[in-house]
Design a protein around this ligand. Structure first.
Ligand code: C5P
Length: 237
């Protein structure tokens, strides 16, 4: 397993534009998760004050904002986000080295401990899509190329599929955070995720953070769902 930065690797995605519901879920799962993730839908619909309210619950917050713009603009946005109290945020590696360094400098200028994570190739893109946007295929080589750029530019890690951990860990070493969505407890509904791993498989493969959305937030009892996953991981530790 990679160097653990958070004692509990579970980050629950609060993918809803309904703030009272997000707060209710967040409070019920907080004792069982390592952090909470808010994304573009949440932030765009509810604004910065809603992010502050999630931060105030007390768990580390991952702002899944995927910034991609010129360095000066990304620096300003990164500074603003770090001021909201996010512990982790992300940027598109394809924005290039200057943009990545600008995000790192601005974010850490506000909070030296904030983690900046790179998005390599969106998992919704296939090799044929890379042709259309002028990126070199195959996607797995592009993922590695962009992850290497992320490391060289001072980022703390990348988002990846749990199935990509092997080659990324080999190329980037243990001191680089691998953040994996596409996690499904055994027997859970896959919904639109295709290549999934269970929480335990992903941690065993070397994931540092497991981003888990619907299996927790859409469960009848989100607190119980989060606890079950946390207990499974604890039992195997
Ligand atoms: O509900 P589910 O567990 O599939 O949610 C996964 C979360 O991770 C969502 O918030 C989704 O936006 C995010 N994500 C993803 N795949 C990526 C990057 C982020 O599923 N490649």
């Amino acid at each position: 397993m990679g160097a653990a930065r958070f004692q509990n690797p579970i980050f629950a995605a609060l993918d809803t534009p309904d703030l009272p519901r997000a707060l209710e879920i967040a409070k019920s799962i907080q004792p069982h998760v390592g952090g909470l993730k808010v994304g573009l839908e949440f932030i765009t619909a509810l604004g910065p004050d809603a992010v502050r309210q999630i931060v105030a619950i007390g768990a580390p917050v991952f702002a899944d904002v995927k910034f991609h713009d010129i360095p000066n603009t990304v620096a300003g946005a990164s500074k603003a986000l770090a001021k909201l109290g996010a512990s982790i945020f992300n940027v598109h590696c394809s924005g290039g080295e200057a943009m990545l360094r600008a995000a790192v400098d601005a974010g850490r200028g506000v909070d030296p401990n904030v983690k900046i994570i790179g998005v390599t190739v969106l998992t919704s893109l296939e090799d044929s899509d890379l042709d259309a946007v002028g990126q070199k295929k195959p996607a797995r080589d592009q993922v590695l190329r962009l992850a290497e750029l992320a490391k060289k530019s001072g980022l703390d890690g990348v988002v990846c599929s749990a199935h990509e951990i092997g080659p990324l860990r080999k190329a980037l070493g243990s001191d680089f955070m691998l953040v994996t969505p596409g996690i499904r407890p055994a027997g859970a509904d896959l919904a639109d995720q295709k290549r999934v791993m269970t929480p335990l498989e992903a941690v065993t493969a070397g994931a540092d953070i497991l981003v888990i959305g619907r299996p927790i937030a859409a469960a009848k009892d989100p607190g119980a769902a989060a606890k079950a996953i946390a207990d499974e991981l604890k039992a195997s530790a």
